[in-house]
Design a protein around this ligand. Structure first.
Ligand SMILES: Nc1nc2c(ncn2[C@@H]2O[C@H](COP(=O)(O)OP(=O)(O)OP(=O)(O)O)[C@@H](O)[C@H]2O)c(=O)[nH]1
Ligand SMILES: [Mg+2]
Length: 192
């Protein structure tokens, strides 16, 4: 849940990038870290394996600006996508205000996306949160590759809840800021 500090008028919003292994969650965060003015981001923390697979989480705090006189700070996290890190995902997901579900658009990753979305739903429910109660959006990533599913198919098979969705190529930054902008909007609207 967002922490609101009325003494110095600051609001911290926790956003989690969720999705299957190698879908591009860390790549999103890295692109933001490297392309946002330095005065707006703190150091990015990555707890990962020697192969750069996320082991526990990545963390990046970022200033968003002012809304109604409150300074908004986004606390961006990624979960580890590999299936055996379920307990880490549960912990990272705790008390989040919004989620970006990063889909790997490749045909052979289709089932991994479905399983990951099911785990997100279950992990939220275990915390007493129904997936329909929390702001979340979908990012269809890796749109630069050839072996990918068309968007209408992904929408029909994955986006059963009809949430907002965006295409991205996180590796080059396409769609990365659009995604973060839109989840922030949803979360802030809910806070208001
Ligand atoms: N072609 C292409 N490759 C991408 C894209 N986004 C990420 N990748 C690559 O996919 C691989 C995995 O990206 P990561 O960001 O580490 O994936 P992750 O979701 O954090 O993976 P886990 O930490 O294991 O859950 C890396 O080699 C990235 O460079 C994209 O849009 N297009
Ligand atoms: Mg990662």
């Amino acid at each position: 849940m967002a922490t609101i500090n009325t003494i110095n008028n600051e609001i911290n919003i926790k956003i989690v990038y969720y999705g299957p292994g190698l879908s591009g969650k860390t790549t999103n965060l890295r692109y933001i870290y490297q392309n946002v003015p330095q005065n707006l981001v703190s150091e990015m923390i990555s707890l990962d394996t020697p192969e750069e697979r996320t082991l526990f989480f990545d963390f990046l705090p970022m200033e968003l600006g002012f809304v109604h006189g409150f300074k908004i700070r986004l606390l961006l996290y990624t979960v580890p996508g590999q299936t055996y890190y379920e307990s880490s995902r549960k912990l990272v997901l705790r008390n989040c205000d919004g989620i970006i579900f990063v889909v790997d658009s490749q045909i052979e990753q289709f089932e991994a996306n479905i399983e990951s979305l099911a785990s997100m739903k279950d992990n939220l429910l275990a915390q007493g949160v129904n997936i329909t109660q929390i702001p979340w959006i979908i990012q269809y990533n890796k749109r630069d590759l050839k072996n990918i599913l068309d968007i209408p198919i992904l929408e029909r098979k994955i986006n059963h809840f009809g949430v907002e969705s965006f295409e991205a190529v996180a590796k080059t930054g396409k769609g990365v800021f659009q995604t973060i902008k839109n989840i922030s909007k949803l979360v802030i609207r809910k806070l208001e």
